[in-house]
Design a protein around this ligand. Sequence first.
Ligand code: KG4
Ligand code: ZN
Length: 343
Amino acid sequence: MDITILGIESSCDDTSAAVLRGTTLLSNVIASQAVHIKYGGVIPELASRAHQQNIIPVVDTALKEAGVTPDKIDAIAFTRGPGLLGSLLVGTSFAKGLSIAHRIPMVEVNHLQGHILSHFIDLPDTEIPHPAFPFLCLLVSGGHTQIVKVSSPLEMEIIGSTIDDAAGEAFDKCAKVMGLPYPGGPVIDRLAKEGDAKAFLFAKPHVKGEFDYSFSGLKTSFLYTLRDKVAEDPDFVEKNKADLCASLQATIIDILLDKLIKASKRTGIKDIAIAGGVSANSGLREAIAEAGRRRGWRTFLPPLKFTTDNAAMIAISGYYRYQTGMLSGLDVSPVARLEDLQK
Ligand code: KG4
Ligand code: ZN
């Protein structure tokens, strides 16, 4: 009988639970928190409270949709970090409660590794191609931007990362100054389709680390352009929204691809995957596919539903860890920062 894993994700503003049998997804329920929209960003205290309200119905629904009762679960995989501490605490505490009540072992999962391993989730009715090891994964989310060399589901080496903002942050912050709603990434993606990507030129960084990124310079350059243009014409943003979005998105994609191409050349690895919320971006997906065609890469673009935060990716990560006996004790506590998680 295949292993059954319940996954729980609560690191930011999505409460999610998923059930996996072997590597096949049986259910994946996500409650996205709308409470943050009017603030233009995630308010941690509100996120924790919403997780508390959502977690029981979300887990309950995931189990019902999968047709699984708690006594059939082999392990509870939960996000230990990185993320918002209060939010992580809700998922971790819930996992502990369920673990004690039903005597189910717990497996902690690194949220970022979860994003990467989302490439190994199988769907009951669709064949999804999986990358072969070792592969490179461009991990682009709201809080992190990394190039990871993945040698096995349990062996990952971060070979490049951002030295300041994440790519998702660049999308979200620039959207905010244009008066667009949170999260800005999907809105910019949509508007960019109607704009001219060459209309504006923004600064590209020169970062020392061969595979490292920086996005704060681009953000500043975007901000200064807006400031100068709005001084001349108060309606500038409104009139040029699509062009601004298209040019910004193209610059972010250029920056991301530049280092990824270098990493592929240097390592000789040609199986290239992307993961994380920004991997939903249609421009980035096209650009990676196109680069792949030109360079002989096999490219792996995750199904859209696995790009942003979800518990299916936590469950698949938990599946691999459980198989090698990597269980967590009841004394496990969540960790907000990636650096502390790796200690
Ligand atoms: O992975 P994720 O759901 O949460 C974190 O772990 O951070 O990523 C969220 C990020 C946000 O910055 C959001 O704006 C961005 O992913 N995002 C996108 C798109 N969809 C989500 N960015 C660009 N284009 C999109 N279509
Ligand atoms: Zn994430």
